[in-house]
Design a binder for this molecule. Sequence first.
Ligand SMILES: Nc1nc2c(ncn2[C@@H]2O[C@H](COP(=O)(O)OP(=O)(O)OP(=O)(O)O)[C@@H](O)[C@H]2O)c(=O)[nH]1
Ligand SMILES: [Mg+2]
Length: 458
Amino acid sequence: MILEFVVPEQDTIVSLATNAGESAIGVIRISGNLCIKLCKDIFKTPYPTPRKSILKDYVSLNGNFIDQVLFVYFANEKSYTGEEIIEIAFHGNPLIANQILNDLLKRNCRLANPGEYTKRAFLNGKIDLSQAESVAQIISAKSEVEIEIANNHLVGNFSKILQDIQSKLINLQARFEASIDFPEDEISSQNSDEITNIISPIIISINDLVQSGKISKSLSDGIKVSLIGPPNVGKSSIFNKLLHEKRALVDSKSGTTRDYISKEIVVNGYNVEFFDTAGIRKTENQIEALGVEKTFEILIKSKIILLVLDSSLPFPTSFFERIKEKIKSHDVIIIGNKSDLKKVLCQNLLPKHFSYVECSAIEQNCSEIITNEVEALLNHKFVDDYTTRIIVNKRQQNHLKHALKSIEEVRRLVNDSLNEEIILQELKISIGEINSIIGIKDNEDMLTELFKNFCIGK
Ligand SMILES: Nc1nc2c(ncn2[C@@H]2O[C@H](COP(=O)(O)OP(=O)(O)OP(=O)(O)O)[C@@H](O)[C@H]2O)c(=O)[nH]1
Ligand SMILES: [Mg+2]
């Protein structure tokens, strides 16, 4: 492990921890070694019991009563930042917040920078860097699944995997160093098999983590799910049912929808953007033809396609001919709509590898039937494969990719029984990359870049 020497942060920082605006209660948080003095000077409580709310008048330095507040003191060994903390809950008026903040600045505190509390928690060894990042992810998450994943990182499940990889790599490093220092311990071909057996599972687990990075963007941006099908099959009717509002125009004439429309909704924790599109058919109408072109643009961008068919009509052969190449690499759910009418559609003609559900857009349970299918597919696609629910962000993914490259190189060099010094060099690169995810404390530029995206007060 790399030994770090960290200079403790000296300033006592202060900021509003809640939103700046009218609210029932506002909270100001102070972190640093002035806290005990502030308890004594402001609240006449020189020995506050940690983690206990105390009701006091907040009286400013120049003797003015500002507000009746509740304050809580946290001792440094049991606080978020690893320093002494005071949280002051006041009546949620922005004017009161300003008065208290100004008074604290006069008492030698300074305003906190974005993410500075979490940065201090990291520097004081309360959390590692990947956990610090998960704090920001929890706050900015757009879907419940993201919150669940970020919480999983915060409790250290991701860190545990990294530490496990790290300790295996460090053991290997020690072996190679020994064999360089004591050539009689040279890595034999028998040893080389053993080393390959250690490295291969590491490669698999890093590769899994790298792959998980691909989905973090989809989860935060919203997952595009489009309703595609021939005209008049009920795409717009289903779209309205999914949204629980009459958003799209519905008509018995074919070719009603021209421009696509979309709306984001939360489907069982996932942030999903549904698209209603123009029905696909050959048409002389120029506007409708342009609409069909747009449908194909949306189709390409979609993660999931809800292929809507009218189950009361025969299998639409020419429609399938036209789209089969285009949907080949997509996740598709075929929806046999209009199940309230007599079924004519021959299910045997449908591609077997897509799932198929029937529903009726004029019945109540339509939305539930479809969202259950979508959720099952999303769970399978995004979460089930990552049973540990660990999904890496872009920064972590980059370090993992570099680590992977070096470890694969180590495996190749070991198999070819090449020079141990070169192997050791590659091994050290991979250890350095893993270290950068957990966090090296002396890289100020990297820390500044990472914490600047946090909100103030966190
Ligand atoms: N019986 C029955 N009629 C339906 C159902 N879903 C839609 N319809 C009717 O089918 C017609 C077409 O519905 P739309 O939702 O406009 O179909 P669409 O696929 O969006 O059509 P285009 O925009 O023209 O491509 C309307 O008259 C709807 O009322 C259903 O489940 N059962
Ligand atoms: Mg329509």
